[in-house]
Design a binder for this molecule. Structure first.
Ligand code: PLP
Length: 446
């Protein structure tokens, strides 16, 4: 069709050319249809033909398509910020619009550092994150992440002030006989230990995903974990940053996933579903206290990008929110999520190679193991999750794989994050096609 000049991420794979989208489906140049079971990477929450959003973008582009934020604000940015603050935990006050998840997490990390400079605590530089986490691929965000597969080859990274405590993943990491609550308290208390080790006066923030996405496969926290984390942050004046890039914007049945666990963070990062993939948009929300420190201090956030608060992207975000509200899609996510959970349990609850099924709303993970009892991961060289993605794609289903061992303990998993506009029968179709794809992969393994 064209000369080969696009630099793809996977350089040895020939990808089909996508030519159309229709609700929950994507269609390639040969007319083959793919059921979207993962929203790309938990992005396309309204599917692929959301006319009201497309119309809102067109209308905005006819009005004003771009204006640099050092000169102007715009109506869609102002309106979308108002709506997001209405929906957000009540201590949130301001919204900083960027173009992607990594920009949002980097903005939060830099804002945490600048906040402490503004209030006269310049020594607070350390950011604590968790192992097996992912906060983006730019070098600052990658430093915060704890997924070694993604970062090892770029060591030493540019941000030496990032340190990591254990993740909260009971099924995979609890000691034999340890109860869920006790496990959660034990791993949360590592934050206290790390703060003491670094000196509380040196720590700026703790960053984590409320429900872990891409690196561990939809792992919700255990009860009491975030209560303890919040207590520790408060006690030591450490800011709490919730990375909801994957799980925010309604994916779990509430607009912000933090709401499920009564988390009142100082900053929240959202992206992916915020504009349903129709425009590139992300946001970092911060508390009144943080905003005021900048406003009453230097009056300038020492950070920015060319496409901050892009009017067409914000218009898309606003239209997505209107769709979510007018079509009661948060309730629909909860309803479809219950159907998906029941279907996954029925189809894979006893599957010899599905060790764990977990998630919330329309965000589910299946962890693939050599056998259910030992929970042993597959040899990463087998590339099981990648092969599952390929087999599913051949059968006309998109799923999001993550493979390789993580610190030698965790392994391949599949992430499901279908659009909120699914009909009930799409859930059945997803499960049927996934079952056939896993059969294909494990038959090859015999
Ligand atoms: N944070 C989390 C939790 C993510 O899942 C991702 C992407 O998957 C990012 C940050 C980075 O977002 P982006 O790829 O839009 O830069």
């Amino acid at each position: 069709m064209c000369a080969d000049h696009v630099f793809p991420r996977h350089t040895r794979v020939d990808l089909p050319v996508v030519v159309a989208g229709d609700g929950a489906w994507l269609i390639d140049a040969n007319g083959k249809k793919y059921l979207d079971g993962c929203g790309g990477a938990a992005v396309s929450c309204l599917g692929h033909s959301a006319k009201p959003v497309l119309d809102a973008v067109k209308q905005q582009q006819d009005t004003i398509s771009y204006a640099h934020t050092s000169f102007f604000t715009s109506e869609p940015a102002e309106k979308l910020a108002d709506k997001l603050i209405e929906l957000a935990p009540d201590n949130m006050e301001r919204v900083y619009f960027v173009s992607g998840g990594s920009e949002a997490t980097e903005s939060a990390i830099k804002l945490a550092r600048q906040y402490f400079l503004e209030i006269g605590q310049p020594e607070r530089k350390h950011i604590i994150a968790r192992k097996q986490s992912y906060h983006g691929n730019t070098l600052g965000a990658l430093s915060a992440g704890g997924n070694m597969w993604r970062k090892a080859q770029f060591e030493p990274l540019m941000v030496p002030s990032m340190v990591h405590i254990d993740a909260c993943h009971y099924w995979r990491f609890a000691e034999p006989g340890e109860g869920e609550f006790d496990y959660g308290q034990r791993v949360a208390n590592q934050l206290e230990e790390m703060i003491q080790q670094l000196g509380p006066q040196n720590v700026a923030a703790f960053i984590a995903e409320p429900i872990v996405g891409a690196t561990m496969g939809a792992v919700p926290p255990v009860e009491g974990y975030y209560d303890r984390i919040q207590e520790i942050c408060k006690e030591h004046g450490v800011l709490l940053i919730m990375d909801e890039v994957m799980v925010g914007c309604g994916r779990t049945g509430k607009y912000f996933a933090s709401e499920h666990y009564n988390i009142k963070p100082d900053m929240i990062c959202i992206a992916k579903g915020i504009a349903a993939g129709i425009q590139p948009l992300a946001a970092m929300l911060c508390s009144a206290e943080i905003y005021r420190a900048i406003k009453d201090g230097s009056g300038f956030f020492q950070h920015g990008h060319t496409y901050l608060a892009h009017p067409s992207a914000c218009a898309a975000g606003l239209a997505v929110l209107e769709e979510i509200e007018s079509r009661n899609l948060l309730e629909r996510v909860t309803e479809l999520g219950a159907k998906l959970e029941a279907g996954l349990q029925k189809a894979f609850g006893q599957h010899p190679h599905v060790g764990d099924i977990r998630g919330k709303g329309l965000f589910w993970g299946l962890e693939l193991v050599t056998d259910r009892q030992s929970k042993s991961p597959f040899d990463p060289k087998l590339g099981i999750a990648g092969r599952a993605k390929k087999a599913a794609f051949a059968r006309g289903l998109m799923i999001y794989p993550m493979g390789g061992t993580i610190d030698g303990k965790s392994g391949d998993h599949i992430l499901l994050a279908p659009p909120f506009i699914y009909e009930d029968e799409h859930i059945d179709m997803l499960i049927e096609r996934l079952a056939l794809a896993l059969d294909d992969v494990f038959a090859e393994q015999q």
